[in-house]
Design a binder for this molecule. Structure first.
Ligand SMILES: [Zn+2]
Ligand SMILES: [Zn+2]
Length: 250
């Protein structure tokens, strides 16, 4: 698998990065995890506008899905006058309604479904293209999913947004790469069931036996070096900060 960080800023974009969005590729199949603010622009550095094969939305906070409205425009009002075939979109209950409402004025209430084929995510195991994926509810104020993606004997786990979560430990069990949010700072913010700090992300990786930890979703007002240091204190494996346009071979 190849993972490309399209955007990794948490909660709102930074000067350097779009919000959450990660491209996962294998066997020529392109799966996008989340499409937060600014992701659609950045995505075009990495693949053609119409080259995605599926999209997975971890939850419906704007920093994970709002560029789906822009992508609707690109697929529905193609410059050649045609419309794109429906692209599989996996998201929580109510994804189509939320995106339609966010767009505010789609031609009809069902216009989104002309270019997106919506699938409701539940906890479980299913196939997306060549990938076997496992989803579990994680600890966040809205219905939110962590996801484990397996292909060719390798595994990638993405936390989405979550507080401390045993389900996330299981999803990240022995993962070759664990892409984990670390939005909070240890000793500063302490709100349960919302986000992890660097220490909690590191502890989750240690409990899971993950092989490599990449910290992501760090907001512009959080010092990433503190979270990196905190994670390293509790996790012995390699830890680094996600940066836009970085790729990983998994
Ligand atoms: Zn978020
Ligand atoms: Zn969120």
């Amino acid at each position: 698998m190849k993972l490309t960080v399209v955007g990794c800023s948490g909660s709102f974009p930074s000067a350097e990065s779009a919000c959450s969005s990660y491209l996962v590729e294998a066997d020529g199949f392109r799966l996008l995890l989340d499409m937060g603010n600014g992701a659609l622009g950045e995505l075009q550095r990495h693949c053609g506008l119409y080259d995605l094969d599926a999209i997975f939305l971890s939850h419906l906070h704007a920093d994970h899905c709002i560029d789906m409205c822009a992508y609707f425009v690109a697929r529905y009002y193609r410059h050649d006058g045609g419309r794109c075939a429906p692209l599989p979109v996996y998201g929580p209950e109510g994804t189509e309604h939320r995106l339609t409402t966010a767009y505010a004025d789609t031609p009809t209430a069902s216009s989104m479904s002309e270019v997106f084929d919506f699938h409701t995510v539940k906890p479980g195991t299913f196939e997306i293209g060549p990938f076997t994926v496992h989803t579990e509810r994680v600890a966040h104020p809205v219905e939110a999913y962590g996801i484990r993606i397996e292909h060719g004997g390798r595994s990638l786990t993405y936390s989405g947004d979550t507080g401390v979560s045993q389900a996330l430990v299981e999803l990240a069990r022995d993962a070759d790469l664990f892409l984990c949010e670390a939005a909070f700072t240890h000793g500063k913010e302490d709100i349960p069931n919302l986000h992890l700090n660097g220490r909690e992300a590191g502890r989750t990786a240690a409990l899971a036996g993950a092989r490599r930890l990449v910290l992501t979703h760090i907001p512009p007002w959080t010092d990433p070096e503190i979270n990196l240091r905190d994670a390293r204190e509790v996790f012995d494996g390699p830890v680094e900060l996600a940066r836009p346009r970085t790729t990983y071979e998994i």
